[in-house]
Design a protein around this ligand. Structure first.
Ligand SMILES: [Zn+2]
Length: 254
């Protein structure tokens, strides 16, 4: 019985384990702050940019393992040229560019880009900016992009600003071709990458009382129940087998 149970557990763990990480990092670490506010310079930006940005920020905020809280901050008058020159008063900032080629963004292909990074000696990000293409008539102008895809692009660029590089996982929002995602959603690899940079402190303020189980919490992982059922198989096997054997013995011809 014991070898059978062990083999069930090994198979269950194989079926439920994740594939290896595909995410990459911009630098060594993320931002030092756990409260990161994105400051928009509204000049040339579409009226609904604030709503789109909030929607994208909340997709990252919904990851339960993160220590950071992302939000829209106060508007800023700072330009992307000032950011790139290092004259920064608020950061990270968001900019809508009518001439994206001036900062090496190809207006035909690039709807948005993260830039203006600064890092301290410890490898933590101290400044960054998100630039969006609003060049009239350009193929990658954000005004010409479907709303759901645009939110996905914002999620991707916010990921860059926060310190994630590109992922090799085609399902990840951090896959290099963000426009391939037809709607904004995170893959496990995105969650893993961001959690690597901003892991929630399970101990919190109390180093004695650490992590605990929660019941009734929303399930984000679609395979969770299947995983639990598969992991419970050895328990069912152990409990059912003696009954089945007894029943078989009773009904067998003598
Ligand atoms: Zn990218």
């Amino acid at each position: 019985m014991i070898p059978i149970t062990r083999s069930f557990i090994v198979i269950a763990l194989c079926l439920t384990s994740q594939t290896s990480a595909a995410f990459t990092l911009i630098g060594l670490k993320g931002w030092a702050s756990t409260d990161i506010q994105f400051h928009v310079n509204p000049q040339n930006c579409p009226d609904n940019l604030g709503d789109l940005l909030d929607e994208a920020l909340d997709i990252w905020n919904a990851v339960p393992t993160l220590s950071v809280n992302l939000s829209s901050g106060s508007d800023s008058a700072m330009t992307i040229e000032q950011v790139l020159a290092g004259t920064i008063d608020v950061t990270p900032s968001v900019h809508c560019l009518t001439d994206p080629a001036a900062v090496n963004m190809d207006p035909a292909y690039i709807p948005g880009a993260a830039m203006g990074y600064k890092m301290d000696d410890a490898g933590q990000i101290t400044a960054g900016a998100l630039a969006l293409n609003v060049q009239e008539g350009s193929a990658a102008n954000i005004a010409s992009i479907d709303r759901k895809i645009l939110v996905s692009i914002l999620v991707h660029e916010i990921g860059h600003v926060l310190g994630l590089g590109h992922s090799a996982d085609k399902n990840a929002v951090m896959y290099y071709n963000a426009a391939e995602k037809k709607f904004a959603s995170l893959a496990q690899d995105d969650v893993d990458g961001m959690t690597y940079l901003y892991a929630r402190n399970e101990f919190g303020e109390d180093p004695v009382f650490g992590g605990c189980a929660v019941i009734g919490a929303p399930q984000n992982h679609p395979n969770s129940w299947w995983s639990i059922l598969i992991l419970l198989l050895p328990v069912f096997a152990v409990r059912l087998r003696p009954r089945m054997v007894r029943k078989a013995v009773r009904s067998s011809p003598r």
